[in-house]
Ligand binder design. Sequence first.
Ligand SMILES: CC(C)(COP(=O)(O)OP(=O)(O)OC[C@H]1O[C@@H](n2cnc3c(N)ncnc32)[C@H](O)[C@@H]1OP(=O)(O)O)[C@@H](O)C(=O)NCCC(=O)NCCS
Length: 272
Amino acid sequence: MIEQILPATVACAEAFTDPPSGALFPQEAAIVARAVEKRRREFTTGRHCARIALGKLGVTSGPVLVGERGAPRWPPGIVGSITHCDGYRAAAVARVGDMAAIGLDAEPNDPLPRGVLDVVSHAAERARLAVLAAAGPTPRLVAWDRLLFSAKESVYKAWFPLTGRWLGFKEADVTIEPDGTFTVRLLPTAPSASPSPSPPTSFAGRWLVGGGLVLTAIAVAAATGPGALAGAAGAPGADAGGGFARGDVQVRDRHGHAERPRARCGRPRTGQ
Ligand SMILES: CC(C)(COP(=O)(O)OP(=O)(O)OC[C@H]1O[C@@H](n2cnc3c(N)ncnc32)[C@H](O)[C@@H]1OP(=O)(O)O)[C@@H](O)C(=O)NCCC(=O)NCCS
C-alpha cells in the first residue's frame, strides 16, 4: 500500500505480520535487548523492511542503528523513514541525490482517544477536519483526526533529520485535502538550535486509508530541498497510484475493495 503514496525514486517495503525471517545484527539486537516482546518484534520487522527497501536501491545494509532522538541511522548517501503500528510495519529509503528527507507514519484508522486532538491541533485545523467529516458518506470512513495526527508524525520524521531539532504538534499547521494529499505550514516557535541555515517552512505529503490503517508520507525532493514546498509525494495533481481519484475519497482494503473502519486504538505521545 505504502508505495501508492511515495514517488518512484523512493524504495519501500511493508509487512502486515512479523515474518520469522526477520533478524537483527548483534548491534541492533543490543538496542532492544531489554525491550518488551512487542517492541522487539516491531523493531525487528521494521529493520527487516528497511533491508528489503535498501536492497531495492542496490544497497547491502549493515546494522541500521538508532541515532539522535531515535532517528534511524541510514548508510551513507541514504535517507529514509520507518513506521510501525499494530498489524503494520514499513520502511522507505531513497538516495540523497533524489530525496532530502522522508517521513512515514502508520496509525490505526480509528478516532484519537478523547482529548488528544485538542493537544495536537490548532482550532483552524479542527475546523477543517469538521468540514471533511461532514462532506459525505465515504469521508466518514476516514478517522480524520487520526489522519491529522499521522500527518504530523510524518512531518516530525522528515523535519528532524533536516534540522536536528524538536518540533511540537502546534508548530505545524496541516491542511488535508480529500484527494489524498496534504500540505503543511511549519511554524517553529522555539529558538532554532538547528545546524540547518534555512529550516523548511512547508512540506507536502500524501495519505491513504486502507486495511484498517491510515498511512501518511512526506518525501522532500533533493532538488527542491529544505525551505520549499516539496511536492514529490504530494504535489497537487500528482497521480495517487490507484488508491484515489482526485476529489473523490476512496477507502480501500489491501485488495482494492471498499471497506468499513475497524476499532483499534493507540495512544499518541505528545511530550518532548
Ligand atoms: C518519534 C515519533 C514521531 C514516532 O512516531 P510513532 O507514531 O510513535 O511511532 P512509529 O512506529 O510510527 O515510528 C517509530 C519510528 O520513528 C523513527 N523515529 C524515531 N525518532 C525519530 C526522529 N527523531 N526522527 C526521525 N525518525 C524517528 C524510528 O525509526 C522509529 O522506529 P524504530 O525505533 O523501530 O527505529 C513520535 O514518537 C514522537 O515523538 N512524536 C512527537 C513529535 C511530533 O510528532 N511532533 C509533531 C510535529 S508537527
